[in-house]
Structure formats: structure tokens, C-alpha cells
Design a protein around this ligand. Structure first.
Ligand code: PRX
Length: 635
């Protein structure tokens, strides 16, 4: 019998030891007993971090949608798979049963096929949080097409670069999206993006907001009539364990976004197993993750992980502040949510609005609370614990990355004693370690270093789409034979982990990963800008916000700084999206640089964080004189 569901701490330690001592036996048992295979594997694992290459369940044949949908039809056909909660609370929620989901996914898959999409083709999905987002991604998986979902808050330029990078043949979008009281013209954004994308042959458009849109002949088509006429059954494409499932882009500290490639079997096994344990999901529970499916949290913990377990998973289209700041709690109350999973930034924003919004609602169904995406501060942790969980629902602070596929460090609720701000222990099968500045592993407890993982887990990304060398350089070159996360962490006296934050030039703003380089590139496109540097600074709600130091070209004329700030943010919005806008822009006479010309972001970070009196020795800089001026004018 495998240990699919861990129920107490001793069992955790025992199963953890087993998973580390004999990973192949451990994962083979989990895979064998809890999933549906068309053919079993020839080999559980082969790996080599120097190449890097990782293969799980090689030789196995399966389709992930059979695991997410078909196998539940006999036992849970009428059970709700997805609850769709619309942006406007006046609009009725939809309950989609496993049987209905099967039909919808099959119809969509048949439409994709009729449009010429085949196994291995890339399909870009640019949709709001409506059922068609989950349905179309599953439809891709059904026929072996690789979905590349782009968060529908990215700009047309960001969308175009992702479409081109993966040479997508098709885009699936909607006529628009609702976001609180606003509507957004998604199809218009796609239209603009496609001016730069020659690879796209067709666009399927979902009707959501009934807006008047321009349809380009021979390219754009409403999807509903096609779905209405499509067959309700679609044989799944039989995939190899290591066939590609999806690409999902994440920011790097330099260069263009990285298309992380995830494959089929290992991703399925790990996301399903983590979901079951991290949320202690039981058959009648209603689970809600408030992330967007455009991020890894949504892929793994709204769609694949929950559905593989036959769970009921809520998809929420709207925002926490609409129609008022009680919306999250209204949804918990209305759908009797058992597990609620959100980001620290949302908790901080809601805590600021006062407890009366929470107190109005019955939250007694909540058994587990989760957070993800960024470090949670002590105050927010306690607010969540006191007011939402009423100190009865354990908080799981889950740490992972797009690259990881599934949760890496986390308490298991009712199993692991929690500790505010700590992601606590590695999940089963995860072998973390901390490295010092000299690249030596830190042993024992009460140490702080850079977080690496020593051994492959089933859902690790296999490569960066189209750039394996970059995959190797980014994750496997800093430390020999180890996957480097890019995060710092400490291990306390009992061995609990706490993430201290990024140690590279990635900044986490409101739980979104932003690389400094693409933002600086965008700013530098402004004709008045000579150069720029972006750093993060602490922000009450967003965790970090962006601070830009901008040096203007010498022209002799005076410029209106407020207008320039607006123009700079406008360019950033166009090139990347509103999430990357700067909170503060300071105009400088120069940026501090090393003798080799590298911008010293460490100094700029300290100044922006109001710690400018603590800069250490700056005499070795190429231009130490600019530092005082920057300090004097800090915003
Ligand atoms: O810095 C870590 C932070 O988010 C980064 C990964 O971002 P992304 O790939 O967008 O995935 C986010 C959702 C899984 C990490 O390198 N991060 C994520 N979870 C936590 C966290 N930092 C602290 N605590 C967490 N629980």
C-alpha cells in the first residue's frame, strides 16, 4: 500500500524517509495505485543534473485528461468538478459536473482537431478566468497539443513575444473580460499582438462580454457555433510519460521570459499527490484557489491537481474588491468552501479594509488556509489565522516556483505544527539544502544560505522551450549537481525553512515574478532616457514595489518630471503590462557602477529601502560621487 494520504506527523517522517532513501520505489507505488495508465513504465527515473536531463516513468503511456476526468465518470459523474463564480455576484454561478466537463472538453478537443491542431502543436490561451480557460487547456491535453497560457493581464507586446517564442499555431481568447467594474478588450490586445506573429493561423474567440469586435476573416472565429456542432466524445491521444504537456513563461533576471516546459506523467503524479496532502482534501470538500490559471499555481492547484483527485474546484472570475472588500468571504460562505488558497498580497490588502468585511460572513466551513507566491509577513499571517481561520484552520505557507510544477516546502495541515512566516518542512520526496557563499553545503540547523534541491522530483520542468543551454546556466550551473532556486532561505533550530527572498534580480511584486532587465529595457526606449535601474523596496500591501532610478540624456532643456514618470509607466504598461509599473521614479545624475561598468543594484536597493546610511565601502566604485546625490534626493 502506498502512502497516498498522510495523516499524522510520525507518518510524515516515516514516508519522507522512505521517499528520500528509495525514491524510485516510493514514486512507483504512488503512481501505480492512484493513476490510470494505458501502459506502465519501463523505468521509474533516470537523471543527470549535469546535462541536465530528468525522465520519470519512461516508457509509460497515458493521457492526463483520462486521469482528470474519464476515470471519475463511473464514481463521480454527477459530482461538481468546477464551480464557476462570475465577476458579478448577481450572475448565477455555474456548477460543471465531471460528466459535463468530459463533454465540454471533448467538444473543444474536436474543434481543435478540426482546425488542424495536432499532437505537439503549440496553442496559446489568452483568456480570463472563465470555464473555457480550464476546458480549452484540458482539450489541448486531450489531443496532445501543448498549451501555453498567457496571463490575460499581459500587454500585446508581451503576448506577441510569448506567441512567437513558442511558435503557436493558434490563439484562444475572448471578446473581452470583466474585472470588477471594468471591462478589458482582450480580443483587441490579441489583434495587436498578431500583427507581429506570423506563426498564428487561427484564433478562436469565446463570447463573454458581448462586445462589438473586429473579426479578421479567415483567421478569427467564434468558438461557440463550432462547439455546438462538435462531437461529444473524443478519444484521448495516448502520450508518452515524457511528452510535453505545457509551456508556461516566467520572468528571468535577464533576457526574455523563459518558457518552462512541463511534461506529462511526473507533473500529473506530483501535483495530484501534493494537492491531496497539502490541502487534506476529502471527497465532499469544496476547494478554492483564488490564483489565476495564467500562473503555475492555477495550472497545478485549480486544474490538474484537484481534478486528478476528483475534487470540486472553484474558478473565480473577479477581484477581491468587487463589489466590496468582502467578496472573498462572500464566496467562501456561499459555496461552503473547505480549503482556501490565496496570496499574501491579497491578505494584506483585505486586512487593511478592516475585519467587518470578514465578520459578516459565515466562514465556519474552512478547514485549511493556504498562501503562496511570496513571503508572508507575521502580521498578515496572524490576521489570516485570527479572522479567517478563527485559529481553527491551519495555514499552509506553500513555497514553490513555475519551474517546480508543484509545492516544494510546506506544512501538511493537522500534521505539521505551523510557525508564522515559515514554509516549514520539505514535502515528501523533496531534498532541499542551503549553500554558503563558497558553494559549500551548510549542515545542521540555524543556518542561512541559498536554497537548492539535491535530487529530482517528478514535476521539475524539463527545459526552457528552445533554449536548453539557458536552462542549464540558470538552474544547474551555480552549484554542482544541484538545482538552484534563486531564493535565499534559513533553517531554524528544529529544521523548519523560511524563505528570505530572491537573491537575484527577480523582484516579487504582489506575488508576481518580475525581472528587472525587461523593465529597464522598456524604460530605456523612452527617447529622453539615457539609462535606468530597477530595484524593489518594501511595500505594505504588495510585499515589494518597484523603484526606478532613471538618468536622462543631456539635452540642455528642462523636462517636466511628472510627465516623464507617466510616460515611463505608459511604456512599461505597453511593453509588459500594468503589473510592472513603477511606484517611484527618481531622476539621477548617474548610477553607481563597478569599475567593470556593472550597476550596483545593492546600493540602490538599500537607498530605496531607506537604509542609505548603511552602504558599506563605496570607495571602489567607478563613480562614488553619484551616491550622495542619489541619497539626498531619495523619494
Ligand atoms: O521567490 C519565491 C516566491 O515566488 C517565486 C516563484 O514565483 P513563480 O514562479 O511565479 O511561482 C509563484 C507561485 C508558486 C519563488 O522563487 N515564492 C513562492 N512561494 C513562496 C515564495 N516566497 C516565500 N514564501 C512562499 N511561500
Amino acid at each position: 500500500m502506498s502512502n497516498y494520504h498522510i495523516k499524522h506527523l510520525e507518518e510524515y517522517y516515516q514516508v519522507y524517509r522512505k521517499s528520500v532513501r528509495n525514491p524510485e520505489v516510493f514514486w512507483e507505488e504512488i503512481a501505480e495505485e492512484h493513476f490510470m495508465w494505458r501502459k506502465k513504465w519501463d523505468k521509474v527515473l533516470s537523471w543527470d543534473f549535469t546535462k541536465p536531463e530528468v525522465k520519470w516513468f519512461e516508457g509509460a503511456k497515458l493521457n492526463i485528461t483520462e486521469n482528470c476526468i474519464d476515470r471519475h465518470l463511473y464514481t463521480r459523474g454527477d459530482k461538481t468538478a468546477i464551480i464557476f463564480e462570475p465577476n458579478n455576484p448577481e450572475e448565477e454561478a455555474q456548477h460543471i459536473s465531471y460528466r459535463e466537463l468530459h463533454e465540454k472538453v471533448c467538444r473543444f478537443a474536436n474543434v481543435l482537431k478540426a482546425k488542424g491542431i495536432q499532437k505537439g502543436d503549440r496553442v496559446c490561451i489568452y483568456l480570463p478566468m472563465i470555464p473555457e480557460l480550464a476546458i480549452s487547456m484540458l482539450a489541448c491535453a486531450r489531443i496532445g497539443a501543448i498549451h501555453s497560457i498567457v496571463f490575460a493581464g499581459f500587454s500585446s507586446t508581451a503576448l506577441a513575444s510569448r506567441i512567437n517564442d513558442a511558435t503557436c499555431k493558434m490563439v484562444i481568447t475572448s471578446d473581452g473580460s470583466y474585472r470588477g467594474a471594468k471591462t478589458i478588450d482582450l480580443q483587441g490586445i490579441v489583434d495587436d499582438a498578431l500583427e507581429k506573429c506570423e506563426c498564428v493561423e487561427s484564433v478562436l474567440v469565446v463570447k463573454r462580454i458581448n462586445s462589438e469586435i473586429r473579426m479578421k476573416e479567415d483567421r478569427d472565429e467564434w468558438v461557440q457555433p463550432l462547439l455546438d456542432n462538435a462531437n461529444t466524445d473524443c478519444e484521448p491521444e495516448i502520450m508518452d510519460a515524457e511528452d510535453s504537456l505545457f509551456i508556461l513563461y516566467t520572468s528571468g533576471s535577464t533576457g526574455k521570459p523563459k518558457g518552462m516546459l512541463h511534461t506529462t506523467a511526473g507533473y500529473m503524479v506530483y501535483t495530484a499527490y501534493t494537492f491531496k496532502n497539502v490541502f487534506q482534501y476529502r471527497e465532499k470538500d469544496v476547494y478554492w484557489c483564488s490564483a489565476d490559471i495564467g500562473w503555475i499555481t492555477g495550472h497545478s492547484y485549480i486544474v490538474y491537481g484537484p481534478l486528478c483527485n476528483g475534487a470540486t474546484s472553484i474558478m473565480f472570475e473577479g477581484v477581491p474588491s468587487y463589489p466590496d472588500f468582502g467578496r472573498f468571504w462572500d464566496i467562501v460562505d456561499k459555496h461552503k468552501v473547505s480549503q482556501f488558497y490565496t496570496a499574501p498580497t491579497a491578505i494584506r490588502a483585505l486586512a487593511k479594509e478592516g475585519v467587518e468585511h470578514v465578520a459578516k460572513h459565515d466562514l465556519s466551513t474552512l478547514k485549511v488556509l493556504g498562501t503562496v507566491g511570496e513571503p508572508i509577513n507575521e502580521e498578515a499571517w496572524h490576521w489570516y489565522d485570527d479572522n479567517v481561520g478563527k485559529r481553527k484552520a491551519p495555514i499552509v505557507d506553500t513555497y514553490f516556483q513555475t519551474e517546480n510544477g508543484g509545492i516544494m516546502l510546506t506544512p501538511i495541515p493537522y500534521v505539521t505544527p505551523t510557525k508564522p512566516t515559515y514554509a516549514t518542512l520539505p514535502f515528501i520526496g523533496i531534498q532541499p539544502c542551503l549553500m554558503d557563499e563558497n558553494g559549500v553545503e551548510l549542515n545542521g540547523n540555524q543556518v542561512e544560505g541559498k536554497l537548492c534541491i539535491k535530487f529530482p522530483w517528478p514535476s521539475i520542468a524539463r527545459t526552457i522551450w528552445g533554449d536548453h543551454q539557458r536552462y542549464k546556466d540558470t538552474y544547474f550551473s551555480a552549484y554542482e549537481n544541484k538545482y538552484f532556486t534563486g531564493d535565499g532561505a534559513l533553517r531554524d533550530e528544529v529544521g523548519y525553512y523560511r524563505i528570505t527572498g530572491r537573491v537575484d534580480d527577480v523582484i516579487i511584486v504582489s506575488g508576481h515574478n518580475l525581472g528587472t532587465a525587461p523593465i529597464e529595457d522598456a524604460i530605456n526606449e523612452h527617447p529622453a532616457v539615457a539609462e535606468s535601474a530597477i530595484v524593489g523596496f518594501p511595500h505594505d500591501i504588495k510585499g515589494n514595489a518597484l523603484y526606478g532610478y532613471v538618468t536622462l540624456k543631456e539635452t540642455g532643456e528642462s523636462r517636466n518630471h511628472d510627465n516623464l514618470r507617466k510616460e515611463i509607466n505608459q511604456i512599461i504598461t505597453e511593453q509588459i503590462g500594468p503589473i510592472a509599473k513603477l511606484d517611484k521614479v527618481q531622476f539621477t545624475n548617474g548610477l553607481p557602477k563597478t569599475r567593470s561598468g556593472k550597476i550596483m543594484r545593492r546600493i540602490l536597493r538599500k537607498i530605496a529601502g531607506k537604509d542609505g546610511d548603511n552602504l558599506g565601502d563605496i570607495s571602489t566604485l567607478l563613480n562614488p560621487e553619484v551616491v550622495q546625490d542619489i541619497k539626498d534626493n531619495v523619494l
